[in-house]
Write a protein that binds this ligand. Structure first.
Ligand SMILES: Cc1cc2nc3c(=O)[nH]c(=O)nc-3n(C[C@H](O)[C@H](O)[C@H](O)COP(=O)(O)O)c2cc1C
Length: 242
């Protein structure tokens, strides 16, 4: 399994432990990316209303981070991640974005193995230095994707790490899901992760684009097991469903 040191070789501005924000559509924009990168983290910009808006956001982020980009060993690398909900997304338009902006990380989520492979291969061809992070929810999915494309994977750390070790596949595991603070980050690292990705926690950042009323509702909730409602509403709105 790779460690923080090898992640740092690929993402030279990061500080230990690696903290990343998830690509929250419409919430994680260039504003959040700028402060997260400056703080030594990895920020994934999520999908915005349309490709034009997303391009404009990437242009302004490139400008905002000019000073950091100028001291990176590779001046073509945009020190952020670009996150895609793979299913239902127009691949050609996204590939043009990866080719133009060359983000340090492509965060792929929500698709089956063969679709992930198609996207990973496309990105590798157009932006070979972009690392592929794949957000996964099961050990089998992790093993399938690792064998199919060599992409990085997330989640289910110890069992996934063991499974990959048996297959002699060297890959960074970055934990995601219900990590909210230093304790949970330390736990993730102890389990074998090389870093932590957080979504909900970043809703607290003023740079996240979310109405204050939603932010307050999330952070005033307690006893998550009882107060969390599970729904497929976003899948239904977005399109095809798994
Ligand atoms: C407000 C919000 C928006 C999200 N939007 C996306 C998205 O657009 N694409 C995606 O891959 N994941 C998205 N996620 C899910 C995260 O990638 C991740 O699975 C999850 O947030 C991690 O758990 P945590 O929120 O407990 O840290 C979103 C999460 C939140 C809280």
């Amino acid at each position: 399994m790779t460690t923080f040191t090898s992640l740092k070789t690929r993402l030279p501005w990061i500080q230990a432990p690696l903290i990343a924000n998830t690509p929250m559509s419409g919430v994680a924009t260039g504003e959040l990316a700028t402060v997260v990168t400056r703080a030594g983290g990895l920020s994934q910009i999520g999908y915005l209303d349309d490709m034009h808006t997303l391009s404009k956001e990437l242009d302004s982020t490139t400008k905002e981070l000019k000073d950091i980009i100028s001291i990176l060993p590779d001046p073509d690398q945009l020190p952020i991640g670009l996150g895609v909900i793979v299913f239902g997304s127009p691949i050609d338009a996204w590939m043009r974005l990866f080719a133009t902006y060359k983000p340090a990380v492509a965060g792929l989520s929500f698709a089956g193995t063969s679709e992930m492979r198609t996207w990973a291969e496309g990105i590798r061809k157009l932006s070979p230095k972009t690392d592929i992070w794949v957000q996964l929810g099961s050990v089998q999915a992790a093993v399938d994707v690792a064998q199919a494309s060599g992409a990085s994977i997330v989640s289910l750390i110890p069992e996934t790490a063991d499974a990959l070790q048996k297959l002699e596949i060297e890959i960074s595991l970055i934990a995601a899901g219900e990590i909210m603070d230093g304790r949970a980050t330390a736990a993730a690292l102890t389990l074998g992760a090389s870093g932590a990705v957080m979504g909900t926690r970043f809703l607290g950042a003023v740079e996240s684009h979310i109405p204050q009323i939603c932010r307050d509702a999330v952070f005033s909730a307690s006893d998550g097991g009882q107060s969390t409602a599970r729904s497929r509403v976003f899948d239904e709105i977005w399109g095809p469903n798994f």
